[in-house]
Ligand binder design. Structure first.
Ligand code: NAG
Ligand code: NAG
Ligand code: NAG
Length: 304
């Protein structure tokens, strides 16, 4: 065979394969899309994702630490984030509810239903506790559970805090991916103090710090204590978290008292609001941020 007929055969094969791929793509475009999304669960708030750049600029896991029996609050928080699912921009932000072992018959059915419907729950191997090492268990379990597809950042927050995913995403976009400790620096009236830490209302660690905590003997031994202060002490003692990002005043407590360095009126440039301990506080906060503004009039209901 001479070289010209050889190259003709090669071109023919290449052309045919290209056509097969194209045909497949046109006939089953959903398959391509689904596969690129397959790492996230149905309810994950994957901002979707221009076809040209299928890879998100960063991936953030938000773990909302809660308890199994808080069905109503979980429902509310889930809705509040689901209504923002198109706001995460080019980032992937996954919200997961995190608690310890289930303890009764009722939970084993009701929570199984939630998982079937939303698939947004992580159950840790622990007994329910607040300051008894749950945060340590959270970070060290996440490190192993997502070993194969690690996040860039992992957040710990609670079910009395509301984060605005667009503002949160924007604020993270330009930041380093390593040695990051992000949140609300506490105490806020002593910015020079040596022992400051990020408030438990919601703080973010870069993945390298999550790995470090999971493998740190010191953290494992000192896992019991006020959770946010304890996380801060691991990092300080280990000389980690030097990329410290204090988001005050865009993170703050709900204003149900006189203004203080950690508490003020709701403002447009908010990243997160904390101390939403009642449905009414949630309602006022969500209304302020126009979360229900898109509701269309209908014969079927009247809201006012
Ligand atoms: C869960 O924790 C218990 C006690 O801390 C331990 O004995 C057990 O092996 C753990 N189970 C799993 C699945 O990790
Ligand atoms: C949690 O449940 C798992 C699985 O049933 C069990 O192996 C483990 O010992 C429990 N852990 C605790 C701390 O109770
Ligand atoms: C909510 O909507 C109103 C009316 O469009 C607007 O003036 C206000 O700035 C919005 N609030 C926020 C926090 O975006």
């Amino acid at each position: 065979m001479n070289s010209s007929s050889h190259s003709k055969i090669v071109s023919f094969i290449l052309l045919t394969s290209a056509m097969v791929v194209l045909l497949f793509f046109f006939m089953r475009p959903n398959e391509f899309r689904l596969r690129s999304m397959s790492t996230s669960s149905p309810s994950s708030l994957t901002s979707f994702m221009a076809p040209v750049t299928p890879k998100p600029d960063f991936r953030l896991l938000i773990g909302v630490l809660t308890v199994p029996d808080s069905y109503e609050r979980r429902h509310l928080v889930r809705h509040a984030y689901a209504l923002q699912s198109n706001l995460a921009g080019p980032s992937q932000i996954d919200i997961r509810f995190v608690f310890c072992n289930l303890t009764n018959e009722e939970q084993r059915v009701l929570i199984a239903m939630e998982i079937l419907l939303y698939d947004d729950i992580i159950i840790l191997n622990c007994t329910e506790n607040m300051n008894d090492g749950k945060t340590y268990t959270y970070f060290s379990s996440v490190r192993h559970k997502f070993d194969e597809n690690p996040y860039d950042y992992v957040m710990k927050t609670d079910d009395d805090a509301y984060f605005r995913l667009d503002k949160l995403g924007e604020s993270l976009r330009g930041l380093p991916r390593e040695d990051v400790y992000y949140g609300f620096g506490t105490p806020c009236d002593k910015p020079g103090a040596q022992w400051r830490y990020m408030s438990g209302m919601g703080y973010i660690l870069s993945w390298d710090l999550v790995e470090w905590i999971a493998s740190s003997e010191k953290a494992r031994e000192h896992r019991v204590g006020i959770e946010d202060l304890t996380t801060g002490s691991w990092l300080r003692e280990g000389g980690r978290g030097r990329n410290w990002f204090d988001m005050r005043p865009a993170m703050y407590d709900y204003p149900d008292g006189p203004p203080l360095c950690y508490r003020h009126e709701l403002v447009a440039d908010t990243i997160g609001v904390h101390k939403l301990k009642t449905n009414l506080k949630w309602a006022r906060t969500l209304k302020y941020f126009n979360v229900t503004a898109g509701l269309k009039p209908s014969k079927l209901y009247h809201i006012d």
